[in-house]
Design a binder for this molecule. Sequence first.
Ligand SMILES: [Zn+2]
Length: 309
Amino acid sequence: MKHISKFALAGAVSLFAVAAYAQGQDFSQVQIKSTPLGNNTYMLEGQGGNMVVAVGTDAVIQVDGEFAPLHDKIKAEVDKLSGKKPIKYLINTHFHGDHTGGNGPFHRDGTTIVAHRNLALRLQHGSTNGLSGNKTAPSEGDWIPTQTYTTEGLQLMVGGQTVMVNHPATAHTDTDSYVYFPVSNVIACGDTVSLGPRYPTIDYANGGSLNGIISTVETYIRMGNDQTKYVPGHGPLASKADMQKYHDMLVAVRDAVQAEIKAGKTEDQAVAAKPLAKIGGALGANAMADENMVKMSYRSLKGAKANPA
Ligand SMILES: [Zn+2]
């Protein structure tokens, strides 16, 4: 692909930095912060993707585990919240390293790592970054989930806590799961939802798509009510109104990039036209984020093919 060198120089897309960024990173100052969501359910934030913990009478269900070097701090916080109950399940929302990096140490604690089957395959086989062409090596041993599901979804239970795990066919990646906690009225969205001064990453090379993200967010809006607490993969806790705003922003992105495609522009010409300047300005995203979002949206809307899992 003749574009690669230029994109490699661009280099600032968060997804694509994840693998390198886990290594050699200083986690010593990271503190794990927990926010109660009701019914003994909590949002946890450290460094990497947001986590959710549901404490049952006998055990804990956790969503995502950030990076391996943070395991001890995360576990200490969960112990504090649960009175040292074991973590029975750790559910991965998708395969990126800032969400699955902790799998190994949690697995060695005796936790069952749960994910969609595509996630296990993408970890096992390694993956390639769509924009830069950078490769992530196949993961080994206990990084790989031990309990996988396919299209039917999954219900997991510990004493007094039930969660529903479901898979959108294509959204942020093709490895995504979202997790619904019916009693606490919480939805853990993974990186299908990224809030704050940023766009979501459309990891089209690993099965993600802009239209898939939009329809998945529509599902979240349908599932929720005014009391629902939405935990994004990155950014602050959100309400249904926030999700509607996020949805409308994504539709505006799609319309803007689709208009460039309809006008017959090449990807470079679409980028040069800066069709997301106003949307990015409202988000507080920088020019590089706008540019990368145009590229990812353009390729997704043009039907870029995913690498095989
Ligand atoms: Zn991600």
